[in-house]
Design a protein around this ligand. Structure first.
Ligand code: GAF
Length: 440
């Protein structure tokens, strides 16, 4: 089957995955795994600062139809790639050099296979009793990695900042865990996927994407505390539409700039004397900066008028910290506004978040700024901001559901006039996190 014969626009990913399985392997799948994309409403670049986020798992999903394999390998055929992922089980060890690892999407599949095998090995070493402490990760006890074959279909745009890679990691992880008789909690699944991303793929990301995709709750946003890893569903008001705006822009700088921002935040936390920026409020941060300034002046090390000079806190790190500390406070303010059904306040906070990320954190981009400008001027829009890692990809807007048509009609030409390109709008529903269905 070629994708063009069975277009994504007319058939959901679940249906396409099952159909592809039958056509590829000549039999029915036994299981169907689904994993949603996520859009983050507020709380950006806060996860690796031990802070707070407010994402929504959305109804743009990735699905894998699968069954056990006789051959000792994991084989996954994607509708988006002519070359399948074929991973021998048990997979290569951690000592495999980075250059020998698989390219593109296959690397994520491989990373999950490696992490599941590591779990299995550590459980075996712990004497099959599977003590959580011995396993070292909180992943529950169970069998070893099980070989399976599957087909993958996805409605999540790739590289758009909607966590298509986290969805892939989680779907592969849940498939492997389920076949091995494991029932990991969403947080445990998310942590395993994050380890694959950090240790195998080599991206030093936080837990936002994986936890949002794993633990989403239908009809709700999810307040995540990235230090305690607790999640709390926040109901989305019925009259409010979450509109994801895919600006059509994609950039490669994200990984290196991400690492730089992370280092700047860590530098700021060290200078301000806290374990992580999460430990500061806007007020306690002002006090800490003032204290630093006073002690630097008493040493005679600062220049008069130099805001952060001589304090050990350079102006760039100070700006990054100001954004993160204010953004953490915005998460609870947006959650409270949503609970109260106060969409105008939630919208204003999103706009404030975008200003901060553009001016202080500096990870916006021209298309993202244009999308926010065009959206916030359109009728029915309460507020908008860029979402995800930044530089390119998607923005999110909160829109009065009864005015969606007027919003779209005003937004589309306004964005095109500003950028010379057309955006794709996704009016999204909040769905449950990753799940597996036994097909019998
Ligand atoms: C990316 C990362 F993967 C997340 O962990 C998070 O830091 C996000 O950027 C920014 O909020 O999606």
């Amino acid at each position: 089957m070629r994708a063009a014969e069975y277009p994504a626009t007319e058939h959901p990913a679940t249906e396409r995955a099952v159909r592809a399985f039958v056509e590829t392997y000549g039999e029915r799948p036994t299981h169907l795994v689904r994993a949603p994309a996520r859009v983050n409403l507020i709380g950006e670049h806060t996860d690796y600062n031990d802070g707070f986020c407010l994402p929504v798992a959305i109804d743009r999903e990735l699905c894998i139809a699968l069954r056990r394999n006789e051959a000792p390998e994991l084989r996954l055929v994607s509708e988006q790639d002519a070359v399948p992922a074929v991973i021998p089980l048990p997979p290569p060890g951690f000592d495999t050099p980075v250059s020998a690892r698989a390219p593109g999407w296959v690397r994520y599949v491989e990373g999950i296979a490696v992490m599941l095998a590591a779990e299995s090995a550590s459980r075996a070493a712990a004497g099959s009793g599977g003590s959580r402490a011995a396993a070292g990760s909180g992943f529950p006890a169970g069998g070893g990695p099980v070989p399976w074959r599957g087909t993958l279909a996805s409605d999540i745009p790739v590289g758009a900042g909607l966590s298509s890679s986290a969805a892939l990691e989680l779907a592969v992880a849940l498939a492997g865990a389920h076949l091995a008789g494991l029932t990991p909690a969403p947080t445990e699944l998310a942590l395993l996927a994050q380890r694959a991303e950090n240790l195998w793929v080599g991206a030093a990301t936080g837990l936002l994407d994986q936890l949002a995709c794993a633990a989403g709750v239908a009809g709700h946003a999810l307040r995540i505390d990235c230090r305690t890893l607790t999640t709390e569903p926040v109901p989305l008001p019925g009259g409010l539409a979450v509109v994801v705006i895919d600006t059509g822009s994609r950039r490669q700088v994200v990984t290196s700039e991400y690492a730089t921002r992370r280092a700047e935040c860590e530098r700021a936390a060290r200078a301000l004397g806290v374990a992580a920026l999460r430990d500061l409020t806007p007020r306690s941060m002002d006090e800490a900066v003032a204290r630093l300034g006073r002690s630097a002046r008493s040493d005679g090390t600062t220049r008069p008028g130099g805001a952060a000079g001589g304090t050990g806190l350079d102006p760039v790190a100070l700006r990054r910290a100001r954004f993160v500390v204010a953004e953490n406070a915005r998460v609870d303010a947006v959650a409270a506004a949503l609970r109260a059904g106060d969409a105008p306040t939630a919208g204003r906070l999103l706009l404030a978040g975008h200003r901060g990320i553009r001016e202080d954190f500096e990870v916006s981009g021209p298309e993202l700024d244009a999308a926010v400008q065009a959206a916030s001027a359109a009728p029915g829009c309460f507020g908008a901001r860029m979402t995800g890692g930044g530089f390119a990809g998607c923005a999110v807007a909160l829109v009065d559901r009864s005015r969606l048509t007027a919003f779209t009609e005003a937004f589309e030409p306004a964005y095109a006039a500003l950028t010379g390109r057309w955006a794709v709008l996704h009016v999204c529903s909040a769905v449950a996190g990753t799940s597996v269905l036994d097909l019998g």
